[in-house]
Design a binder for this molecule. Structure first.
Ligand code: SAH
Length: 252
């Protein structure tokens, strides 16, 4: 091998070419589209993406060694890879863009928050996560895995769990299971007008998920709100629409 594998950076590289193609095919390919790949690594997905000559492609990769490897291996990528920590990056395009990636699992939540930060510009995401995280993002209300990320992501995106990816498809095989999801921007369907407060409401409600909302939210809601019958429920029983209603009525 012409490069090292860094565990600390979540480097589990896909080697199963059928799986790489299958993942790339999930991305709707439109002429002229902007596409960001997060963590291209040694180019498992990248080599198929660069075949789309009619799109604007960029990648963000934190590992200098991999960036150099990619430039050497795929001369067509010249100047398209940004050597940077995705969590510190600004949106790489000025207009709408799509995102694809086999994301480093150790920072999946932070990547999702980054995607939420860029949401007004993000059209569609095809992403690989640890299976539990992928399921959590897609989870419906009432399920055990339904939580902060489910509500915040589903408030802005239509989420679909696509398929599992077997450990054997990677070098080295990860110890956890993997899954692919599609997120399509739903264009703020609930008309959330203060994202910071909506997000704080959801986080506070789930921080004490076993308590009633009355208890969990008493530090941030006006006293009058605590008399609402919905306050006898627990966070996991509320739909995204319920959270939006609370936000608009009591905490905006
Ligand atoms: N897409 C490749 C590699 C996936 S592994 C494949 O499927 O084979 C995850 C990749 O994300 C690694 O290349 C790793 O170096 C990169 N990465 C890890 N942390 C990152 C960060 N904070 N910002 C950008 N890239 C990161």
């Amino acid at each position: 091998m012409q490069y090292t594998l860094k565990k600390s950076l979540g480097q589990h590289f896909l080697h199963d070419e059928n799986m790489c193609r299958k993942i790339v095919l999930q991305m709707q390919h439109r002429q002229g589209m902007n596409l960001l790949e997060i963590g291209p690594g040694a180019g498992a997905l990248t080599k198929y993406l660069v075949e789309w000559e009619d799109i604007a492609y960029k990648a963000i990769e934190i590992d200098k060694e991999k960036v150099e490897y990619l430039y050497k291996t795929f001369p067509g990528l010249k100047d398209k890879i940004i050597l940077q920590d995705i969590l510190k990056a600004n949106a790489p395009f000025n207009t709408m863009f799509n995102i694809i990636g086999n994301f480093p699992y150790n920072i999946s939540s932070q990547i999702l928050f980054k995607i939420l930060e860029w949401e007004p510009q993000v059209e569609e995401v095809i992403g690989m996560f640890q299976k539990e995280v992928a399921q959590r993002i897609a989870a419906p209300p009432g399920s055990k895995t339904y939580g902060i990320l489910s509500v915040l992501i589903q408030a802005f995106f239509k989420v679909e769990y696509l398929f599992d990816v077997h450990e054997k498809c990677f070098t080295p095989p990860p110890k956890v299971k993997s899954g692919i999801i599609r997120m399509v921007n739903a264009k703020n369907p609930f008309g959330i007008n203060n994202r910071e407060k909506f997000s704080l409401l959801v986080k506070t409600a789930f921080n004490q998920r076993r308590k009633t909302l009355r208890n969990a939210l008493k530090s941030i809601l006006p006293t009058a709100a605590l008399a609402d019958p919905i306050m006898s429920k627990r966070a996991e029983q509320l739909s995204v629409a319920d959270f939006v209603a609370l936000h608009k009525q009591y905490y905006f």
